[in-house]
Design a protein around this ligand. Structure first.
Ligand SMILES: Cc1cc2nc3c(=O)[nH]c(=O)nc-3n(C[C@H](O)[C@H](O)[C@H](O)COP(=O)(O)OP(=O)(O)OC[C@H]3O[C@@H](n4cnc5c(N)ncnc54)[C@H](O)[C@@H]3O)c2cc1C
Length: 338
């Protein structure tokens, strides 16, 4: 088989039966752009079924094929059944690319079916480019601690499989197109599923840990002296109706939890205002903030890389600047109240 024998780009639509995981819609929008460049059709793969209003969101992303798969073994996610499903489906339809959200489930089954198809799987790309000359997708991502950008391709094999982290791209409805509906039945013997769901307990949601959709983020970097310095940053975030986030070393030092880490291995954020205190501006971090409307950076080092990525840069001590901002906001609040 030649790689040109493989056609269409697929997005796996992850859902819980009621709602689609946002990453799947984000991937549909990004894959749409690749399809425009390559001439491929965009297909969405849906296991079981979805309410019409959710299907409409998929169609609004410009999907031209809906591939519904049903069969025994898919009542709950299992890596065995999903690996089998995608292996069989890809063998039958030979897609050129398959994009899967970099969720816990996606990261589990995508490399496995890629392996069974003897092809490559790339994880955590922050950019996808279609190379017209080679016909390959270039998966671009920071490497060597963010010092360089790696371009990963699957130059000979197909399909090109990629897992992409939630929030990396934006869902941008591009309008409905004519679409074909394909229904497939691929069962997987339930007794061959090696994992069993014994019980399900929803995680207690602490809203302060959900920063993906925060409009204002006060990010503390490794410049922070320790956990004792946190209250002033929390206060600033609260005065701005925002949330606190951090860089990875702040998590490594045990100051803040992993859910607050922003960047390549953490959360991708899109706030209106992003305030970075004592953050050096490593690529691994900055890839998580590129969609911020306004970035304000505070660093004592005038040569810090973060100053290349910000709209406003302040050279100074992070605690002192934070206190000045708090004082200013409190004075403004009092003024507005009187
Ligand atoms: C595969 C991989 C994935 C990664 N993923 C992530 C990720 O998702 N998110 C992430 O954040 N990192 C990630 N990293 C780590 C990343 O490469 C950097 O090491 C990290 O972002 C640096 O964090 P920092 O800016 O807080 O610390 P540093 O680089 O140590 O910078 C601290 C900054 O604080 C300034 N400073 C110190 N004291 C003060 C003061 N009193 N006032 C003002 N400024 C001060 C310093 O001048 C310095 O610029 C990843 C690394 C790898 C290899």
């Amino acid at each position: 088989m030649k790689k040109t024998d493989y056609r269409d780009m697929w997005v796996y639509i992850e859902h819980d039966g009621k709602k689609i995981h946002p990453v799947s819609l984000e991937l549909c929008s990004e894959a749409r752009k690749l399809c425009e460049a390559s001439g491929d059709a965009l297909a969405a793969v849906i296991v079981n079924d979805l309410p019409q209003e959710e299907l409409d969101k998929v169609l609004e992303a410009g999907v031209e094929k809906l591939i519904f798969v049903s069969g025994e073994g898919y009542e709950t996610f299992s890596v065995d059944a999903y690996t089998h499903l995608f292996t069989e489906l890809c063998k039958k339809y030979m897609p050129s690319a398959v994009f899967v959200g970099g969720t816990i489930a996606g990261r589990d089954f995508a490399p496995r079916f890629a392996c069974r198809l003897l092809t490559g799987c790339t994880s955590d790309a922050t950019q996808l480019i279609y190379n017209e000359k080679t016909g390959d997708i270039e998966f671009v991502e920071p490497a060597v601690g963010g010092k360089m950008m790696a371009v990963i391709t699957v130059p000979e094999l197909r399909p090109q499989v990629g897992t992409i982290r939630p929030g990396t791209f934006k869902y941008q409805p591009s309008g409905r197109r004519e679409h074909e509906i394909i229904r497939e039945r691929i069962g997987f013997p339930v007794d061959q599923i090696r994992t069993k769901v014994l019980s399900f307990t929803a995680e207690d949601l602490d809203d302060s840990l959900n920063i993906a959709d925060a409009e204002v983020i006060v990010c503390v970097g490794s410049g922070i002296k320790g956990a004792d310095a946190l209250p002033r940053y929390r206060k600033l975030a609260s005065l701005l109706n925002g949330k606190v986030g951090c860089t990875r070393p702040v998590f490594d030092r045990g100051i803040l939890p992993f859910k607050l880490v922003i960047g390549q291995s953490g959360v991708v954020v899109k706030p209106k205002l992003y305030l970075a205190f004592g953050v050096s501006g490593a690529v691994n971090h900055v890839t998580g903030i590129t969609d911020s409307d306004k970035v304000v950076a505070v660093n004592k080092d005038p040569d810090a890389a973060i100053f290349h990525y910000c709209d406003y840069g302040i050279v100074g001590d992070m605690d002192e600047i934070c206190d000045l901002m708090i004082g200013h906001l409190e004075a403004k609040k009092t003024e507005d109240a009187s």
